[in-house]
Design a protein around this ligand. Structure first.
Ligand code: A3P
Length: 320
């Protein structure tokens, strides 16, 4: 445990020693903090974020549980919001040379990582941020101000598979590979980064029903099915709907194509670059298929997870 907590702020270290913990896949332990599971360094950053961040009414926050389409949402929201400044058909569009995670920063992995307090007041408006933090633990000013939140989630079966494969790729050499069964048991118990997944989804889901002007709730698989209507919906939600002229010029299709998996994954920056925590960008682009879980999960596991989804999400109106 000591090794796990090395280099952390002493106050945070003390707190962690008092929290429930489970064996982790990418760190020796993950901890149950404010009702969700988290790695030590993430907790340290979240505490700093909660203390120091102040939202502006014009801010936009992209939220998700890991492996639900965060990279895609970052690319889409960035392109929509900056299209006047960076025309989508330009050969110099930032997405052609930067990974989406370098254009839209996470509070917990970048801005407040290492207990730092970033200077964000100079950023031009509207500011665009991202986070995996569950709704109840967002800084209060995000909830109270008129800033907007876009949440993306994905079928838990696919999210689980994506996350299991990703965790094994990024696992430090000091930790053994994670067998599918172990990862699955934990996922069904809710033990996954920023999970339980059902609490994460329901937190944003309920808020989106109560305050549809504040929280736009998107599903990865819906976007895959019909990107055009979701781009229109997102632009309208953000207060910058596409004009008739833009529609005629094919701006919507242009954004869809620029941000598509096929386009992004073949760009040099995404084949050889490094972004989040120095991990290779290529791991962020795997298959991007709906229903790929059938290639990994036996029917018994699929049935078990379907039951968990029914038990936990049933009655909420949220379905996959
Ligand atoms: P798979 O592992 O199923 O391929 P996140 O961005 O939250 O980490 O989610 C990762 C998942 O999104 C991965 O799914 C990845 O391949 C997929 N993905 C990455 N970029 C995408 C894009 N531009 N469009 C659609 N899916 C994308």
């Amino acid at each position: 445990i000591q090794e796990d907590l090395e280099n952390l702020d002493p106050e945070c270290k003390e707190l962690l020693l008092s929290l429930p913990r489970e064996k982790g896949f990418r760190t020796p332990y993950i901890y149950f903090f404010q009702g969700f599971w988290c790695q030590p360094k993430e907790i340290e950053a979240i505490i700093s974020f909660q203390k120091h961040f102040r939202a502006r009414d014009t801010d936009v926050v992209l939220a998700s549980i890991p492996k639900s389409g965060t990279t895609w949402l970052k690319a889409l929201a960035f392109s929509i919001m900056n299209r006047k400044h960076f025309p989508v058909f330009s050969d110099h569009h930032p997405l052609l040379v930067s990974n989406p995670h370098d254009l839209v920063s996470f509070f917990e992995y970048k801005l407040y990582a290492g207990n730092q307090v970033p200077e964000l007041s100079e950023l031009s408006e509207p500011r665009l941020f991202a986070t995996h933090i569950p709704f109840p633990s967002l800084q209060e000013s995000i909830k109270k101000s008129s800033c907007r939140i876009i949440y993306i989630c994905r079928n838990p079966l696919d999210t689980f598979v994506s996350s299991w494969i990703y965790s094994n790729k990024l696992r430090p050499e000091t930790l053994p590979p994670v067998p599918l069964e172990d990862a699955f048991q934990k996922y069904c118990k809710g033990v996954i980064g920023f999970g339980p997944f059902w609490d994460h989804m329901l937190g944003y889901w309920k808020e989106s029903l109560e305050r549809p002007d504040k929280v736009l709730f998107l599903k990865y698989d819906d976007l895959k099915q019909d990107i055009t209507s979701h781009l229109k919906k997102t632009a309208t939600f953000l207060g910058c709907p596409f004009s008739v002229e833009e529609e005629r010029e094919g701006v919507i299709e242009g954004i869809a194509k620029l941000c598509s998996f096929e386009n992004l994954k073949d760009l040099e920056v995404n084949k050889s670059g490094k972004s989040i925590k120095n991990f290779e960008n290529k791991h962020l682009f795997r298959k991007a298929e709906t229903g790929d879980w059938v290639n990994y999960l036996p029917p018994s596991m699929a049935r078990k997870l379907a039951q968990v989804m029914k038990d936990k999400l049933g009655g909420s109106g949220l379905q996959f």
